[in-house]
Design a protein around this ligand. Structure first.
Ligand code: THU
Length: 152
């Protein structure tokens, strides 16, 4: 497993995540989330949360971004992900407190990390700025369930 590179400049990735959050479809929670994934060749792929009137079917921003990577055949190439989110007030997402990926998204990211034999850097910040947290996915999801548990 290649260690996560938490020294990557998070600023451009967070900017891409903030731009992606503008595409959130979140009329039910009114909480917009954007995710931006950095690949080995520098390409950035984004996602925004996509809610459903049948609430439980809603998709998180990170999962949307990872599904996009699947379509591009780039699941093995994830280096880092940035996540931002905030509550919509008068149609604009507000807040400077960082959000971290939910448990399901950590598990989804972990699958891609395993495919690339690379730990992933996870940058978290507020949708309007504020402090930047630098995590390793392996710290956010210790003792993860993975293919080894299935004998693979
Ligand atoms: N959400 C994400 O997109 N990513 C996360 O990691 C946490 C939560 C979304 C799901 C839902 O659309 C909204 O935020 C409120 O939970």
């Amino acid at each position: 497993m290649t260690p996560a590179d938490t020294n990557i400049d998070p600023a451009p990735l967070l900017a891409a995540a903030r731009a992606a959050a503008r595409h959130a479809h979140a009329p039910y929670s009114r909480f917009s989330v954007g995710a931006a994934v950095l690949l080995t060749d520098g390409q950035v792929v984004t996602g925004a949360n996509f809610e459903n009137a049948s609430y439980g079917l809603s998709l998180c921003a990170e999962t949307v971004a990872i599904a996009h990577l699947s379509g591009l055949g780039r699941l093995r190439d994830v280096v880092a992900v940035a996540v931002v989110g905030g509550t919509q007030i008068d149609g604009v997402a507000r807040g400077a407190d960082p959000i971290r990926p939910c448990g399901r998204c950590r598990q989804v990211l972990n699958e891609a990390a395993g495919m690339g034999h690379r730990d992933i850097a996870v940058f978290c910040s507020g949708i309007e700025g504020g402090a930047i947290e630098r995590h390793r996915l392996s710290d956010l999801l210790p003792h993860a369930f993975g293919p080894a548990d299935l004998g693979l």
